[in-house]
Write a protein that binds this ligand. Structure first.
Ligand SMILES: [Fe+2]
Ligand SMILES: [Fe+2]
Length: 151
C-alpha cells in the first residue's frame, strides 16, 4: 500500500538528487588549486551515482502510478553548495557536500520508515540501497575533511 507520505518523499528525493547533480557538477568544474583535484574527481564519480538515484526514484514513482516531477516543481535548498567566490576554497565545498549528504541520509531514513509503516517493501528496498550509497559518499568526504590542511 502506498501513501501520500511515500510519494511526497520519493518526489522530494528525486528533486534533491537533481539539485545535487547540478551543484556537484558546477563545483567539479570551478574548483582550482593543488588541493582541489581529488575532490573534483570524487564529485565527478558521485554525479553518476546521484543521477542513477534519481532514475531509480522516478521509476518507483511510475510503478506507484505517479509521475516524477518536471523542473517547474524545482525549489533550490542547497545554499551551502553554491560555487565559492574564492575558487580555491575547497573546504567550503567539502562542508557543503557533507551537509547535502546528511540531508539525503535523513530523507532516505524517513522514506524507509514510511515504507515500513505502509508495508511497502519494494520502496523500502529502494531507499535502503540508495541510503548505503549516501553513507559511502559521506564517509569519503569526511576523509577529505580530515586530511584537508587548515589555514
Ligand atoms: Fe543520491
Ligand atoms: Fe550522495
Amino acid at each position: 500500500m502506498t501513501t501520500d507520505e511515500i510519494t511526497d518523499l520519493l518526489t522530494k528525493a528525486y528533486i534533491d538528487e537533481f539539485e545535487t547533480v547540478m551543484n556537484y557538477q558546477t563545483n567539479a568544474i570551478v574548483l582550482d588549486g593543488i588541493h582541489a583535484e581529488e575532490v573534483k574527481e570524487s564529485l565527478e564519480a558521485d554525479i553518476q551515482e546521484e543521477l542513477d538515484h534519481a532514475r531509480i526514484l522516478g521509476e518507483r514513482l511510475k510503478q506507484l502510478d505517479e509521475s516524477p516531477p518536471g523542473s517547474e516543481s524545482f525549489e533550490a535548498n542547497q545554499h551551502s553548495l553554491q560555487p565559492p567566490e574564492d575558487t580555491t576554497d575547497v573546504q567550503s565545498v567539502i562542508e557543503g557536500v557533507l551537509e547535502a549528504e546528511e540531508a539525503a541520509i535523513e530523507t532516505y531514513r524517513s522514506l524507509i520508515e514510511a515504507a515500513d509503516d505502509a508495508n511497502d517493501p519494494v520502496t523500502e528496498d529502494v531507499a535502503v540501497t540508495i541510503l548505503a550509497d549516501e553513507e559511502a559518499h559521506r564517509t569519503e568526504f569526511r576523509g577529505f575533511q580530515k586530511e584537508f590542511p587548515m589555514d
